[in-house]
Write a protein of this length. Structure first.
Length: 234
């Protein structure tokens, strides 16, 4: 069953992530302390709540993307905050860039109230948030980090091409130089396409040839994803 997601803090990064998750088919509601921002995002098609308590109602996954430790403390520990209103068992993922002391403070309060917590600072820009290319650095109990998989899917890239009439996965340098067709694919770990680039270096390629290269890319990305997971799991 897909998680129902609340995003607390709908600035450039938060709204970018929320938009990406919404496009991925997740049920997403957002909240921002700024009334003007809430109104603008509502006009842009986001489902917005008027308060944190409303945003958390019926939600199983909470993401917080906030500007500073003060805002994080208020969102988590305030009277209208996450600890006060999230249901037991809710997975709460803190994505803000904050100091370790603040993270420990909110995590201890949350776990004492029966919430699951993952500390997950991000690296990247608002554009990368919107396109799903952020680097996420997750820390927490393994079961909680694993549960967060729907929002932290991996991304990998691979080259394919047609070399001397034969479709080839992961072209080496010499094959790349002489290939009749050169293509690059970027996919998520669950098989969705982020980017497709193909060039006919000599003669145009057909739709059937492109489909063959896509199939090779999916196979290669699947193998890379398995290696990524194996490495991360030790």
């Amino acid at each position: 069953m897909l998680e129902k997601v609340a995003v607390i803090g709908m600035g450039q990064m938060g709204s970018g992530m929320a938009g990406r998750l919404k496009e991925s088919g997740l049920d997403v509601i957002g909240y921002d302390v700024g009334a003007d921002q809430r109104a603008r995002l509502t006009r842009d098609g986001f489902q917005m709540a008027s308060g944190i308590a409303e945003a958390l109602a019926g939600r199983t996954l909470v993401l917080t993307s906030l500007p500073d430790p003060k805002a994080v403390t208020a969102a988590w520990l305030g009277a209208d905050g996450i600890v006060a209103h999230a249901a037991r068992g809710t997975l709460c993922i803190e994505l803000s860039t904050i100091d370790p002391q603040t993270m420990r403070q909110v995590a201890e309060a949350a776990t004492s109230s029966g919430l699951a917590v993952v500390d997950c600072p991000v690296s990247g820009s608002p554009n990368e948030a919107r396109s799903g290319k952020l680097i996420l650095i997750a820390g927490g109990e393994m079961a909680d980090v694993t549960r967060a998989e729907p929002i932290r899917d991996s991304v990998a890239a691979i080259s394919c091409g047609i070399y001397r009439g034969t479709p080839v996965l992961d072209l080496d340098y010499l094959e790349d130089v002489e290939a009749e067709t050169d293509a690059n694919f970027v996919l998520t770990g669950d098989g969705r396409f982020v980017e497709i680039q193909g060039t006919a270096e000599q003669t145009p390629f057909t739709r059937e040839e492109l489909s063959t290269l896509m199939g090779l890319a999916e196979k290669g990305i699947g193998e890379l994803t398995a290696l990524q997971k194996q490495t991360l799991n030790g």
